[in-house]
Design a protein around this ligand. Structure first.
Ligand code: NAP
Length: 253
């Protein structure tokens, strides 16, 4: 915990989409937030929203798939905001293609950001949490973990996030650290807009088509996911670990 008793959270991929909504939500919950993304400049908007509302936030540039950058980022955050005790592994990319057309590079890039990125970030932060005997790790999985055409790389990474989460829960529980995963369905962000563009559909039509297949008859918003992350990241969630919650407007299993 930082000197003033405020908890410090890191949200990767915090510049936009679900990561930006999560950064704002954790700040509203009272945490100081390190908004981490590939380019620190892209975090400025999220940071300004938090500080404008009276919170504390720091823009941090790092590629989560690069060991040295992750180590340096964790140390800088600990020095400037305080030791991190909440980590949200949210950074992500898609490189969709059918198996027979998927390149080595697209497979490795997706596994590298989601799985290796979450591994590197968690390894870099765990010592701060162990020292504090307190930690909350929240990993972003996806409904694609259950399988999705054109996403052998992404679905493998997102299923992997669930196994990663459960193992963290087992290894780190004795130190007061929980690990849980959130698995969103369709959330309206740049990521789903890119999918619409790839298949040649307007984003509005794409969202309407998706909503018609979702039991609550709407697509998700970044705040729908941030609400669940907020619970997992809270002190109140201390007896919930190794779980996966689908945030998809209906049942998935
Ligand atoms: P998004 O709008 O595309 O935002 C992803 C963010 O991650 C971007 O700011 C991106 O930075 C950043 N990022 C990418 N590679 C990075 C790296 N190597 N190091 C640090 N930051 C990196 O995505 P989103 O829709 O909010 O998704 C957030 C998470 O939720 C992802 O893990 C995604 O897989 C998951 N998810 C999303 C949905 C959905 O429907 N949207 C559904 C299920 C799961 P740049 O802008 O610089 O590229």
């Amino acid at each position: 915990m930082a000197q003033d008793g405020q908890r410090v959270a890191i949200v990767t991929g915090g510049a936009r989409g679900i990561g930006a909504a999560t950064s704002r939500r954790l700040a509203a919950d009272g945490m100081a937030v390190a908004v981490l993304d590939l380019d620190a400049a892209t975090c400025a908007g999220t940071v300004a929203e938090i500080t404008g509302a009276g919170g504390r936030a720091l823009a941090v540039g790092a590629d989560v798939s690069k060991t040295d950058q992750v180590r340096a980022a964790a140390e800088r955050i600990a020095a400037e905001l305080g030791p991190p005790s909440v980590l949200v592994n949210n950074a992500g990319i898609i490189r969709d293609n059918l198996l027979f057309k998927m390149t080595d590079e697209d497979f490795d890039a997706v596994l590298g950001v989601h799985l290796r990125g979450a591994f590197l970030m968690t390894r870099a932060c765990q010592q701060f949490m162990v020292d504090a005997k307190y930690g909350r790790i929240v990993n972003l999985s996806s409904s694609s973990a259950l399988g999705n055409r054109g996403q052998v790389n992404y679905s493998a990474a997102k299923a992997g996030m669930q196994g990663f989460t459960k193992t963290l829960a087992i290894e780190l529980g004795q130190f007061g650290i929980t690990a849980n995963a959130v698995a969103p369905g369709f959330i309206a962000t740049d990521m789903t807009a890119a999918t619409a563009a790839r298949i040649g559909m307007g984003f509005e039509d794409f969202q309407k088509a998706a909503a018609s297949q979702i039991p609550v008859r709407r697509v998700g918003q970044p705040e729908d996911v941030a609400n669940v992350i907020s619970f997992f990241a809270s002190e109140a969630a201390g007896f919930v670990s190794g779980q996966v919650i689908y945030v998809a407007g209906g049942p998935l299993c």
